[in-house]
Design a protein around this ligand. Structure first.
Ligand code: SF4
Length: 355
């Protein structure tokens, strides 16, 4: 089943160019783009994965990771297939690199998905596992159905998107976690098959031109993107261009996909990165994928009180009022808060939605 799309144009040589992401795939009839889920049929770019999913799971929102967006609540997570990047270290390659549409065993239309999220008590739905950029039409329709029911939408993305579709996409999103995969063009080109500049532009766009709550994640890979100089440059750029209040998560790599020759990220690397980011003025810096209560908790930027105690995805002590203000000094913690924290905990619950 093909779904119509609108971000494309015809070229003089008879091919059709997709304008969703900076890859700008140019295709003849019957060809597919690099993401493999958009392709040209009868002279137009179509999406092949609308309404189809690789599976649904209820997760803690902290797993996306989002630490300042409705903490403790559950999120209905799903993805489709395909990706517009080609990261050699992909930690979800079975879905993102899938060229077999039969991995899309589950299906759900936007109404079914939104009503399931509501029935399951999820505060939000996350477009994740593979990048929603490549299935934006489906994600947008689900987000609209969710909004009607008071369920929010979260994009988990690499931020590699052209400006016009990006503006439409984020109009429908409430929050995002954007991967900033490294801070050199070499890393983006050689390891991810993308361009750093386009991702930085998305981060600045989100910060200065939208109200979308967003946090940044960097997966640290030993000897690839974890040098002191690269971390210094990255965190200074974030502080300077995005301000000190955008939360930053440093997460641990494990060998996967085409990068099996690297060791796991030592916890000390995450701690070193966090210290560099804090020194450069960022207020909310987290270590992830490790048990590190000190590095995964949230502290007041004004008085230093520990506001949210965390160990991996589990919340502990909570020292905020219902609007997210510090109980000690009343300073506002940036983010989205709605009363008491959720009580979902660290559980992961696979669910079937298909009729
Ligand atoms: S979204 Fe897919 S088809 Fe379109 S330009 Fe990007 S990789 Fe190519």
């Amino acid at each position: 089943m093909y779904h119509s799309t609108k971000y494309w144009h015809k070229l003089d040589d008879g091919r059709v160019q997709c304008d969703v992401c900076p890859r700008a795939c140019k295709m003849h009839d019957g060809q597919r783009g690099l993401c493999f889920v958009r392709g040209v049929e009868e002279g137009e770019v179509k999406l092949y994965t609308y309404g189809r999913s690789s599976g649904f799971c209820v997760d803690p929102i902290e797993k996306k990771p989002l630490n300042h967006f409705l903490p403790g609540t559950s999120v209905l997570s799903f993805g489709t297939a395909g990706c517009n990047l080609a990261c050699k270290f992909c930690q979800n390659w079975d879905m993102s690199k899938s060229r077999e549409m039969d991995t899309l065993a589950d299906s759900a239309n936007p109404e079914q998905l939104a009503s399931s999220a509501q029935r399951l008590g999820c505060a939000s739905v996350a477009y994740t596992y593979n990048d929603p950029v490549v299935f934006m039409e489906y994600a947008i329709d689900v987000a609209d159905a969710c909004r009607e029911r008071g369920v929010r939408s979260v994009a988990v993305t690499a931020g590699y998107m052209c400006p016009p579709p990006r503006a439409e996409f984020y109009n429908h999103m409430d929050a995002a976690n954007v991967d900033l995969k490294g801070f050199t063009e070499r890393f983006y080109r050689k390891i991810c098959g993308a361009e750093l500049g386009a991702v930085l532009e998305t981060l600045e766009y989100l910060r200065h031109e939208t109200k979308v709550w967003f946090e940044i994640t960097t997966l640290l890979i030993p000897d690839e993107n974890d040098s002191n100089s690269e971390l210094e440059e990255m965190t200074r750029w974030i502080a300077d261009k995005l301000g000190p209040d955008v939360p930053l998560h440093f997460t641990a790599f494990h060998p996967d996909w085409k990068m099996m020759d690297k060791q796991r990220t030592p916890p000390a690397t995450l701690t070193r990165a966090r210290e560099i980011a804090l020194k450069n003025g960022l207020h909310y810096v987290y270590t992830g994928n490790v048990h590190d209560p000190a590095g995964s908790s949230t502290y007041c930027a004004s008085c230093g009180t520990r506001l949210i105690e965390r160990d991996w995805y589990e919340l502990g002590e909570w020292r905020l009022d219902g609007q997210g203000r510090c109980l000690q000094c009343a300073a506002q913690l940036p983010g989205v808060f709605n009363g008491a924290p959720g009580t979902w905990g660290a559980r992961r619950l696979p669910v079937r939605i298909a009729v």
